[in-house]
Design a binder for this molecule. Structure first.
Ligand SMILES: Cc1ncc(COP(=O)(O)O)c(C=O)c1O
Length: 393
C-alpha cells in the first residue's frame, strides 16, 4: 500500500527521538542526550495524596468533560503567581491551560502561520519548536544566540526587512544552550519590536529553575500586548501530568481557544484537578528550591569535570535550567562523538537538529538534570576517553 501523506509531513524534519529512545532504553548507557527532569525529585507521594483526595471528594466532576480554557482555580493560581513572583498584572482570563507547553507551540503556529509565512527563532533553537512549526510550512529565519541573548544587529535587521509573524525565544536558560538573555537585551529586543506587528513568543520552560533562586523579568513585562508566555509544570512538578499554559492577550486566546477545542476539547481535567489540589496543599516554592539546588550541584559537577578532563572543549556555563552546550575541539564532529559515545556507553545529543539552516556539527547538548552525581562523574570520564581517542585517530 502506498500512502499519500500531506506534503507538510514529507517536509517535516526527521525526528531524532527514535534514536534517543533507543539509547535511553539501554541501562548500560549513561545518557546526557535526553531532556528529562530528575525522576528522583518528583514528589510522587504528594501527588498520590492529591490524586486520592480528588477521587474521594470530587470524582464526578473530575471525570467529566469541562471547558476548553481549563480549570479556573488552576488558572487563577497561575495568574496569581505571575503577580506575586514577577509583579505582572495577570488575570485568569489571560491564561489558557494546554496539554504541556509543547501544545502551545503547535496551536500558536496553527493560528498564526500560513504556508510561506515567516517565523523567527534563536540559532541554535529548541528542536521541539522547529518540529512543531515546520508542520505549518513556514520560512524559519534565525538570529544567532549570543552569551547575553539574540544578536541585536541581526535581530534588528531581520525585523526591519522581513514580515515576521512571531519571534520564538527562550530567554531563561535556553534549550539547547543554557544561555539566559541579559535584562538589557530583553529591553532592546522589546524596543525593536514595539510598533511592529511581530509578536514575541516567550517559552518559559525553565524560568523557575535559576540557581540563584531569583526570577528574571520576562520580555512580556516590556511588551504586554505584543507577547505571550508559554509556561509549564513539567519541570517544576511532573512532566507526565502534561499540564502547561499560555499567558496571552485575550484577543490571541480567542483564536487559540478555537484551535485548542478542535484539537482536543480540553486538557485532561482529572490531572488539572489533581495538580490544583497538590499546589494548594504543598509549598511549591520549597519544592522548587530543592530542585534548583540539586540541579545547580549537578551542573557545577559536570562543568568542573569538563574543565578538568576535557580542557580542549569549550562549554556554556548555565545560570539555571537543565542543559549546557559544548563545542568540540577542531576536527571532531558531533555525529562521530555520538556514535563512538554510544559504543562506549555514554550518550550526548548532537547539536545539528537545533540548527534549521545547517551548522552545529561541532556542538553537543548535555543534560545535567536526570543523571545521578555518580553517573555524571563516570559519564564524563567515558566521554573524555571517547573524545581523546577520536582526537588522536
Ligand atoms: C524549551 C522547551 N519548551 C517546551 C518544552 C515542552 O515541555 P512540556 O510540553 O512538557 O511543557 C520543552 C521540553 O523539554 C522545552 O525544553
Amino acid at each position: 500500500m502506498q500512502y499519500h501523506f500531506a506534503s507538510r509531513i514529507a517536509r517535516a524534519p526527521a525526528s531524532f527521538l527514535d534514536e534517543l529512545f533507543r539509547v535511553s532504553a539501554d541501562p548500560s548507557i549513561i545518557s546526557f542526550a535526553g531532556g528529562l527532569p530528575s525522576s528522583a525529585l518528583i514528589d510522587t507521594q504528594g501527588i498520590a495524596g492529591a490524586a486520592r483526595e480528588v477521587m474521594e471528594t470530587d470524582p464526578d466532576i473530575a471525570l467529566q468533560y469541562t471547558t476548553t480554557d481549563g480549570y479556573r482555580p488552576l488558572r487563577e493560581f497561575i495568574a496569581q503567581r505571575y503577580r506575586n513572583r514577577l509583579g505582572i498584572p495577570a488575570t485568569a482570563d489571560e491564561i489558557q491551560i494546554v496539554n504541556g507547553s509543547q501544545q502551545s507551540l503547535d496551536l500558536f503556529a496553527k493560528i498564526f502561520l500560513d504556508s510561506g509565512d515567516h517565523v523567527a527563532m534563536e540559532r541554535p533553537g529548541y528542536l521541539g519548536a522547529i518540529e512543531a512549526f515546520s508542520l505549518y510550512e513556514p520560512v524559519i529565519d534565525t538570529v544567532p544566540l549570543e552569551a547575553d541573548g539574540p544578536a541585536l544587529a541581526a535581530f534588528e535587521h531581520l525585523m526591519n526587512h522581513t514580515p515576521v509573524k512571531f519571534f520564538y525565544g527562550i530567554p531563561n536558560s535556553q534549550n539547547p544552550s543554557g544561555r539566559t538573555y541579559s535584562q538589557e537585551n530583553r529591553r532592546a529586543i522589546s524596543e525593536c519590536l514595539k510598533g511592529t506587528s511581530t509578536v514575541f513568543y516567550e517559552d518559559d520552560a525553565f524560568g523557575e529553575l535559576f540557581f540563584d533562586h531569583k526570577p528574571r523579568l520576562p520580555v512580556k513585562r516590556y511588551l504586554p500586548d505584543q507577547s505571550v508566555i508559554a509556561g509549564s509544570f513539567s519541570k517544576i512538578v511532573a512532566p507526565g501530568m502534561r499540564i502547561g499554559w499560555l499567558f496571552a492577550p485575550k484577543e490571541i486566546l480567542r483564536s487559540f481557544n478555537i484551535a485548542k477545542q478542535a484539537a482536543d476539547l480540553h486538557s485532561n481535567f482529572l490531572c488539572q484537578k489533581i495538580l490544583h489540589r497538590y499546589l494548594t496543599t504543598h509549598d511549591l516554592d520549597t519544592h522548587i528550591r530543592m530542585v534548583t539546588t540539586t540541579y545547580h550541584r549537578k551542573c557545577r559537577l559536570m562543568c568542573d569535570l569538563l574543565d578538568d578532563l576535557l580542557p580542549m572543549l569549550s562549554h556554556t556555563t548555565p545560570e539555571g535550567g537543565m542543559f549546557l552546550l559544548a563545542t568540540l575541539p577542531p576536527g571532531l564532529t558531533s555525529l562521530e562523538v555520538f556514535k563512538e559515545g554510544v559504543r562506549s556507553k555514554v550518550a550526548v545529543l548532537p547539536g545539528t537538529p537545533f540548527y534549521v539552516d545547517g551548522g552545529g556539527m561541532d556542538t553537543v547538548r548535555l543534560n545535567f538534570s536526570s543523571a545521578s552525581d555518580e553517573q555524571i562523574t563516570e559519564g564524563m570520564h567515558r566521554l573524555a576517553r571517547v573524545i581523546k581517542s577520536l582526537s588522536a585517530s
